[in-house]
Write a protein that binds this ligand. Sequence first.
Ligand SMILES: Cc1ncc(COP(=O)(O)O)c(C=O)c1O
Length: 363
Amino acid sequence: MDNQVYNFSAGPACLAEPVLIAVKNAAIDYNDTGISLLAMSHRSKPVVDLFDETTGRLVSLLNIPDNYRILWLQGGASLQFSMVPMNLLNENETADYVNTGAWSSKAVQEAHNFGSVHVAGSSESDNYTFIPKNLNQKSHSVYLHITTNNTIYGTQYHVIPKVKNQDGFLVADMSSDILSMPIDVTEFGLIYAGAQKNMGPAGVTLVVIRDDLIGRAERQIPTMLDYATHASKQSMFNTPPVFAVFMVNETLKWIESIGGINAMAKRNQFKAKKLYDEIERNSLFTSPVNLGDRSLMNVTFVFVGEELNENEFLSFCAERNLVSLKGHRSVGGFRASIYNAMPESGVDALISAMQAYEQNHQT
Ligand SMILES: Cc1ncc(COP(=O)(O)O)c(C=O)c1O
């Protein structure tokens, strides 16, 4: 691309170029059908095939066992904050939650509507700069809920915790690190993720749920909010977000072309290490996050001193076509979201800008 702009947005986030090219074609004439995918019935064969293909690709990329269902839903990860406890937690039961940031707090808040919630660990008092390790789980908790990557604060689990209750299961919000590294799906009862960071555009939410958990809660659940509804209709109970699923499929094809999840994980480690190394080296910047808990997806950093002007650095970057680097308002400073689709050249360009800025401010 001429005049390449590197978009470090936390989500919706940059998409791989082949995905965008495929979008252009599908929007006009989907697979030589003469019809735009945007105007095609979800009951038509090409769309039913598209859903099967996308699900099949995800299953093979993440090595998802047969006893899990893949659901393509709407309502964002935020709706899952309610759907998870509504479908899995009875009123007289308890679930453990780890509070690692704004999104986990929202999940906790919603779960209170359906059962007892026990916060088994929290980094709130340290402005969420670390991942709590020694969790205080209840022995009878139905599930343990974690947010594997904390988009706002830039922390990430590098070791997935074990559930204390032998009959319990793990639930994970993987909105901002799904498909960035291999996972052992059998460690989880349910995984959910909004697509708009590592998987595609906003508008579709992935749920991977173990078969036996569907229908677990003994309450009346509105049809559209019941996992059973979507599992029994292959995510086609109502009109699904077809175009968003198409973009997920194209993103999965692109991941395959890179060499799959292991290759993607290597790329991500390499990119993140380069950037964190520069943050450590550069005299102007520092990371607010505990060394062992730093996110490979959302790299947060702040100025060392208070005399420097954040907006000035953001403008300096924007002049170099590096955009959306402003940190979330609750953290301040800067955040470079370097999801799968951010090329290494984008990270290099940011590092060059940080170095040039340092030179300009040499005393
Ligand atoms: C980790 C995490 N969970 C949940 C959400 C909420 O997602 P949505 O906007 O799809 O509801 C976000 C959004 O950024 C997120 O980063």
